[in-house]
Write a protein that binds this ligand. Structure first.
Ligand SMILES: *[C@@H]1O[C@H](CO)[C@@H](O)[C@H](O)[C@H]1NC(C)=O
Length: 141
């Protein structure tokens, strides 16, 4: 290949690669990639009811609320998406479904149902440091 031919080839190849790349949305939370972003923040628990996603859940359901700003930025697109949660203090891990937003939570914090929180710590602990990430959207426990 001549130099000019190579540059023309490289130019079009780079355009094709750019077009073929998947378009991630908001830190990859809406793309179908697992473990793209692991967050570390505060884990608390609450009594569920009618959540922002429009579903009514109770204390026995393995559900959680994510930070309101994160929820809104993703246009409620995380509704129904599973999250893997690890209690950093004891390494216990559980899975919960996103069904609500949490006003007092930052982007890295989650608020869990009593059943979900109980899987990784005693409710009396009240507040935990958790590491968590969204699962692939199609993932089910
Ligand atoms: C939450 O409630 C909805 C219906 O209100 C139900 O379909 C869903 O299974 C519940 N989620 C969990 C994780 O139990």
């Amino acid at each position: 290949m001549t130099r000019a031919a190579f540059f023309i080839f490289a130019f079009f190849a780079s355009i094709i690669i750019t077009l073929a790349a998947p378009v991630p949305v908001e830190n990859g939370e809406l793309v179908e990639l697992d473990r793209r972003l692991t967050r570390q923040g505060r884990g608390t628990w609450f009594y569920p009811g009618l959540g922002n996603c429009g579903w009514t859940n109770n204390s026995n359901d393995l559900i959680l609320a994510i930070g309101k700003q994160l929820y809104d930025r993703n246009n409620a697109g995380n509704c129904g998406q599973y999250v893997q949660i690890t209690n950093t203090a004891n390494g216990k891990t559980a899975y919960g479904k996103t069904v609500d937003s949490c006003q007092s939570c930052g982007d890295n914090d989650i608020d869990m149902s009593p059943a979900l929180f109980s899987k990784i710590a005693a409710l009396s602990t009240g507040q935990l440091t958790v590491q968590w990430h969204f699962m692939n959207r199609a993932w089910q426990p």
